[in-house]
Design a protein around this ligand. Structure first.
Ligand code: G6P
Length: 623
């Protein structure tokens, strides 16, 4: 949460900082600010609300300086007011911060004893005070940093300026990300690469505790003890044009439409052309361990956890490994039983979600290997895992996750099939068939996306419904959860996802004529898969049809998402979406797409800020 950008170069920083903040806005957007150091004085401008409000405030301002910092906030300590917005300034020091200083109250009470006056309710302000105290003693930014860091508890990243050192900015990463961007004459500090992709593709990823001292045209990296390091400069995979909306009204819509390509990119490199089966090269490292696995614990948050729930169905069916799925925020606090022959599977788009990272660290304590499915290279999760399977979704900017989800499902499918092979649970022929199904997936996704017009019309009819109920069985149950989440996140409608069999245990009480009920009822059209995979959704279709009838009898307006050629669900429902024919394991990936589009179009009709829904942040880096 919160985005940081810093610039030390040769140009007026205003435009660079505002542009960087807009790219970071998905990390939080309840207030924003910038500070520019000119003529030995740092000028601070802050405003409540989104970046464009700050931009308006600054529209007529011109600066002489070439050093500045900026921040977009997602409030943790203190309301989202201008007063609490960053940068915070105390004396000669101006500072922006992401994360939480957990022992800030302890520091605050010490500082109050020395008559420090606090102007905000944030934990950040204590940092500015601590720096100011040190600077007043005659210390430089770097010396102040080395003095203060050992006294701080928590996960944080910050960037600070000192009026008396107008050629320098200093940044620290500790449990929250901070990267250094490099060009010949300029350097940047940013919470992630997206903020600077259009400026440079050369970066240094700061490791926990590391300090970056950015001088004019030169950067020095230090350990927390002050030892100079030789940093590794990396070249970025992502390009600046991936950050554009490319003619779409919203990033979310663009990202929905990118799914066919994103899935193809995720599959690429993981199919062995000789055996024509899935072979994920990274898994070689854990081959023996995987053979003898007796349990997998999937841990993730939000949409990524829903992907994990589908993963459980894949892993138990294809690899016959007992799998449980946990919320990142619950896992470590319930003292999980982590056995020797188990594996922790972490799923995260950003690789920076605090609770998912904490789960990874918990499994480390128990010496259980950690495998991650992650989209962002060099993220904290990726760096700390034994094996990383990178989804090649490209940058995902819309706060509501779409292409990250379907590429996570794609990797879970591949992992389960390969694990089934490693464990000798599925035959080479069956593995080949499942691989073949997967290779058709990008084409089927593309075909599904062409249903958008029809979905827009359904959205028009559903836009004012106060309550949405999604139900599915088997591996479509997690899609019911994800579809409800998507709608909630961006349209603010009340939506619930349920396993259809639970309907009679409570939620049926909510069904009336105003309820929009979405029934996920796809057919498995791959008979061989049906046979080998054991019980399939075709058996369950009869059951979900009864659930549909129970809802219909109570007046619910039904939209069924089934398979093209269907004659049963289409007849019983007010609206029907027919997906391309597909197998049991491919179906949940396909049914996700119309549900994303439905949420998107309902939200657009309701006029919400689709890419930046209220109160949410894309990357939740605090507990
Ligand atoms: C936030 C985002 C969700 C995301 C979740 C987990 O809640 O708004 O879209 O699914 O975090 O994020 P991660 O980066 O770990 O996948």
């Amino acid at each position: 949460m919160c985005g940081i950008i810093g610039y030390n170069g040769i140009q007026d920083p205003k435009g660079i900082l505002l542009d960087g903040l807009k790219k970071l806005e998905y990390r939080g957007y309840d207030s924003a600010g910038i500070a520019i150091l000119e003529n030995n004085k740092t000028l601070v401008f802050r405003s409540e609300g989104k970046i464009n409000q700050l931009e308006t405030k600054l529209s007529t301002k011109k600066f002489n300086g070439s050093l500045g910092i900026g921040h977009t906030r997602w409030a943790t300590h203190g309301a989202p007011t201008e007063n609490n917005a960053h940068p915070h300034q105390v004396g000669a020091v101006t500072l922006v911060h992401n994360g939480i200083i957990e022992n800030y109250l302890e520091h605050k009470s010490h500082l109050e004893k020395s008559n420090a006056v606090f102007k905000s309710d944030t934990d950040t302000e204590i940092l500015a005070h601590l720096f100011n105290q040190a600077i007043k003693l005659g210390l430089s930014l770097k010396e102040a940093c080395l003095k203060i860091l050992p006294t701080l508890k928590g996960s944080y990243a910050f960037v600070a300026l000192n009026d008396n050192q107008p050629d320098q900015m200093i940044g620290v990463a500790n449990g929250a990300p901070l990267i250094v961007g490099l060009t010949k004459n300029e350097n940047y500090l940013a919470s992630d690469v997206q903020a600077i992709l259009n400026r440079t593709n050369k970066v240094i990823y700061l490791k926990d505790g590391q300090i970056a001292l950015c001088k004019k045209g030169e950067v020095e990296i230090f350990t927390p003890e002050g030892t100079l390091l030789k940093p590794e400069i990396k070249t970025l995979h992502w390009t600046a044009d991936q950050m554009e909306k490319s003619g779409y009204r919203h990033y979310m819509l663009k990202e929905i439409h990118e799914q066919s390509q994103a899935i193809a990119n995720t599959i690429s490199g993981n199919i062995d052309p000789t055996s024509e089966t899935i072979q994920i090269p990274e898994l070689k490292k854990l081959q023996d361990k995987l053979k003898n696995l007796n349990r997998i614990s999937i841990v993730a948050c939000g949409t990524a956890r829903h992907a994990g729930l589908v993963g459980k169905y894949y892993l138990e069916k294809f690899a016959r490994v007992s799998t449980d799925v946990d919320f990142g925020s619950e896992f470590r606090y319930r003292q999980p039983v982590l056995e020797k022959n188990s594996l922790t599977l972490l799923i995260s788009q950003s690789g920076e979600t605090a609770d998912t990272l904490a789960a990874l660290r918990e499994s480390r304590v128990h010496e259980v290997p950690a495998l991650s499915i992650c989209n962002v290279r060099e993220s904290s999760l990726a760096r700390e895992s034994d094996i990383v399977l990178y989804t090649n979704a490209g940058p995902e900017i819309g706060v509501a996750s779409t292409k990250a989800f379907t590429t996570q499902l794609t990797f879970l499918y591949m992992f389960a099939v390969q694990l089934g092979q490693i464990r000798g649970v599925i035959s080479p022929e069956y593995a080949k068939e499942l691989t073949n199904d997967l290779m058709h997936l990008p084409f089927l996704v593309d075909k599904t996306l062409r249903l958008e017009k029809q979905i827009e019309e359904i959205a028009l009819n559903f836009q004012d419904n106060p309550f949405f109920f999604y139900m599915g069985r088997d591996n479509q149950y997690p899609i019911a959860l994800e579809s409800a989440l998507k709608l909630k996140e961006i349209s603010y409608a009340h939506a619930e996802g349920y396993p259809a069999g639970e309907l009679k245990h409570g939620p049926i009480a909510l069904i009336d004529r105003q309820a929009a009920v979405i029934v996920l009822a796809t057919q498995n059209t791959s008979p061989k898969t049906f046979h080998e995979a054991g019980k399939s959704d075709n058996i369950l279709l009869e059951k979900i049809l009864s659930n549909l009838q129970q809802v219909k009898a109570r007046g619910g307006q039904i939209l069924s998402v089934g398979t093209e050629g269907d004659t049963v669900f289409s007849k019983e429902s007010k609206y029907f979406i027919g997906l391309p024919k597909a197998s049991w394991a491919i179906n949940p990936i396909l049914s996700t797409i119309p549900m994303q589009l439905l949420a998107y179009h309902i939200a657009s009709l309701r006029g919400t800020d689709v890419d930046k829904p209220r109160n949410l942040a894309k990357s939740v880096t605090v507990e």
